[in-house]
Design a binder for this molecule. Sequence first.
Ligand code: ARG
Length: 439
Amino acid sequence: MKLWSKGFEPDKMIEEFTVGNDRELDLRLARYDVQGSMAHIRMLESIGLLSADELKILLKALGEIAEIIERGEFTIEPGVEDVHSQVEFMLTERLGDVGKKIHSGRSRNDQVLVDLKLFMRDELCDVADATERLFSCLQNLSERYKDVLMPGYTHLQVAMPSSFGLWFGAYAEALVDDMQFLLAAYNVANQNPLGSAAGYGSSFPLDREMTTRLLGFETLHYNVVAAQMSRGKTERAAAMAIGAIASTLGRLAMDVCLWMCQNFGFITFPDELTTGSSIMPHKKNPDVFEIMRGKCNRLQSVQNEIALLTANLPLGYNRDLQLLKDIIFPATREIISCLDMADFMLRHIKVKTDITNDSRYDYLFTVEEVNRLVLEGMPFREAYKKVGLEVRDGSYSPDRNICHSHVGSINNLCNRKIAEKFHRLYDKFKITSFPHTSK
Ligand code: ARG
C-alpha cells in the first residue's frame, strides 16, 4: 500500500530497486518525523485547518507513536515505502479520517527535509561532544607531560627539541579549527525547511515562523526552492566538517603508529590495548590506530561522494537525493567512534620520559647553542657557522637545558587560551528544546 496509490500496485522489482535499504535508514529519522508532524499540525490548527479537538487527538496519537519509537519498537512494515508513510498509516489506523488530515500543505519531500535537518542537527551535536571529549583529553595530557621533551622533526630528520606538551596540545588546537567547520555545518542544518511542501510552497497560509519556533530552529530557509536545494548541501557541509576532523585524527593516528615503532619507542600502550601476530610471539601491534587512520582517510572521501551524487541535479526534488542517507548516516557515527576510540586509547598512553638524553638526539640542541652565542653578542650567521664547524669536527656538545618562553612554545603552551577558543565555538551547539513534544 502506497500513500500515492491510485488503484494498482507497482512492480515488485521496481519497488525493491527504488526503496533499497531506505526503510532501514529511515528508522533513524522516525523520532524527527513525529516531531516535525507535531509542529506541522499545531500550525495547521492555528490557521484553522484543524479544530482544537482534532489537534488534541492527533497530538496524543503522535505522542504514543513517539513512545513506541523511543522504546525501540517502531518498525516500517513490509510494503510501506518509508517512515513518513508508516507514521501516517499508523495515525489513520488509530484515528480514521482525522489521521488523513495531517498531510494538508506538505509533501514527503518536505517531511524528509525537515527530518534530516533535525537529525543532522542532533548528529552534529554528538560529533561536537565527542570532539570536546578528545579535546579535553589532549589538553590534559599536554599539561601533564609539558616538561617531557621529545625530538621535533622536519623532513623526518631530527630537527629541534619538541615536547609531549607541544604534541598533544597541537592536536587539541587543530581540533579548534575543525570545530569552526563543524559549527558552520551545524548552522546550515539549523534552519527550518518545513512549509516548502513539494518544493514550491502551498496555497494554504502556512505559518512557517511558527514551525521554526516550535522546532527550535535558529532561522528558516525562506525561499521554498532554496529549502529544497538545501538537501545535499546540509549533508555536504557536515561531510566537510567530518572530513576536517578525520584529517586531524588520521595524522594523530599516524604519529602514534610511528612512535610506537621500536626504532622510535617514544610511546607504548598497555598490552591489552595492543594486538598480536599469529606467527611472531613478540608482537604488540598498533592495529587500533591503523584502523583509525584507514577509517579517517575513507571519511575524507565522503564529501566527494556527496558532491558527485548531487552535481548538476535539476532544480527541485529528485529521487537521487534519497541515496544521501546511506552516505552521511554511517559517516557521523564513524567519526564519533574514531574520536571516542582515540580518547580511550590516549587515556592509557605511556610516554618515555628520557628520550632526548640519548646521544642520537644531540643535534636537536644545535640551534639552542647558536641562539646562546647570539645572546652573547655574536651575529647570527657567525654563530651558525661556528656551531656548524663544531658539529663537523666532533667538538659540539649539547646543552639540554632549554627554555622556550614565547607564546605557544614549549614552556608557554597557552593551553588555557586554546581552551577558551574551543569553548567559544562549542558553546554554540546548544539546541533549544522542543516545547511541543513534552506534552
Ligand atoms: N525516501 C524519499 C527520500 O528520501 C522520501 C521522499 C519521497 N518523495 C518522492 N517524491 N518520491 O527522498
